[in-house]
Design a binder for this molecule. Structure first.
Ligand code: NAD
Length: 268
């Protein structure tokens, strides 16, 4: 028996990275998953792979730009048409832009807000009536450790992630009485194309880039390594299934200990 048997979940940004692992794990745990992204070829291919492996009615793909309200209407309608109901959402899609605050163009700031913050807001707004109609459900929002701690060059990104934690708390309070739980994940550094764009560069030497990333996080993170997207997927699963039945409104840090304090140095 899977921990998500009978559930129907939309995962945004499901074509790669954390969203891909969330879609894979949720489908393996019995959920019917609507994979949503703007990377249509990758998303379609993954949904097809899951459907072939786990059953034709296990996974579907829909084009969804999370910043567009009309796309959300289409995605919710697609989930209902394909699977009969909708009772879960993982708001995972996001973008990152590095820039010093003083040099950040307004258009760039607004683009990050539009995708990360407005996207999460539109997603919750679009699915709530369906979750209510299904008798309850779960929403997992993807924030970041930058919602809880400062990091240079991430004004726009950190602002949106803090907003996601704030919206999570408000939504949890409004929806608790309707059987809908809303939580947020705050990952530290996770090994995906977002932190390691060289993964997408066909000319990059994979061993050299992964050694450079490993070296950096060996020093920064108490557990001595970057996180794996599969590890974030397991947190999303926990927050989406009955194992977390009494938990709502919380941000969950998953960072190998990075936020627990200032790194110490041995005397020797
Ligand atoms: P990623 O770049 O590998 O994947 C992001 C996915 O979101 C991609 O498939 C992309 O196509 C999709 N996406 C981007 N804009 C979209 C839009 N407008 N509509 C729909 N889909 C869109 O990154 P990831 O690391 O897997 O990131 C997933 C989430 O985790 C993001 O919200 C990110 O901010 C958050 N996060 C990542 C890290 C990390 O270290 N990787 C740390 C903290 C938080």
């Amino acid at each position: 028996m899977g921990r998500l048997d009978g559930r129907v979940v939309i995962v945004t940004g499901a074509a790669r990275g954390q969203g891909e692992q969330e879609a894979r794990l949720f489908a393996a745990e019995g959920a019917k998953v609507l994979l949503a992204d703007v990377l249509d070829d990758r998303g379609e291919a993954l949904a097809k792979e899951l459907a072939e492996e786990l059953g034709a009615d296990t996974a579907r793909y829909v084009h969804l730009d999370v910043s567009q309200e009309a796309d959300w209407s289409t995605a919710v309608a697609t989930a209902k048409e394909a699977f009969g109901k909708l009772d879960g959402l993982v708001n995972n899609a996001g973008i990152l832009r590095f820039n010093e605050l003083v040099s950040t163009p307004l258009a760039e700031f607004q683009q990050v807000v539009q995708v990360n913050q407005v996207g999460a807001f539109l997603g919750m707004k679009a699915v709530i009536p369906e979750l209510e109609a299904a008798g309850g459900g779960t929403i997992v929002n993807t924030a970041s450790y930058t919602a809880l701690s400062g990091m240079s060059f991430l004004t726009s990104y950190a602002a949106t992630k803090a907003a996601i934690v704030a919206m999570t708390r408000v939504a949890a309070m409004e929806l608790a009485g309707k059987g809908i739980r809303v939580n947020a994940m705050c990952p530290g550094a996770i090994d995906t194309p977002m932190t390691n764009p060289a993964q997408l560069d066909p000319d990059a030497d994979p061993e050299a880039t992964s050694e450079a990333v490993a070296g950096l996080y060996r020093k920064l993170v108490p557990m001595g390594r970057i996180g794996r997207p599969e590890e974030v997927a397991r947190l999303a699963l926990f927050l989406s299934c009955e194992d977390s039945s009494y938990i709502t409104g919380q941000p969950f840090v998953i960072d190998g200990g990075w936020l627990s304090g200032v790194p110490g140095f041995s005397a020797s």
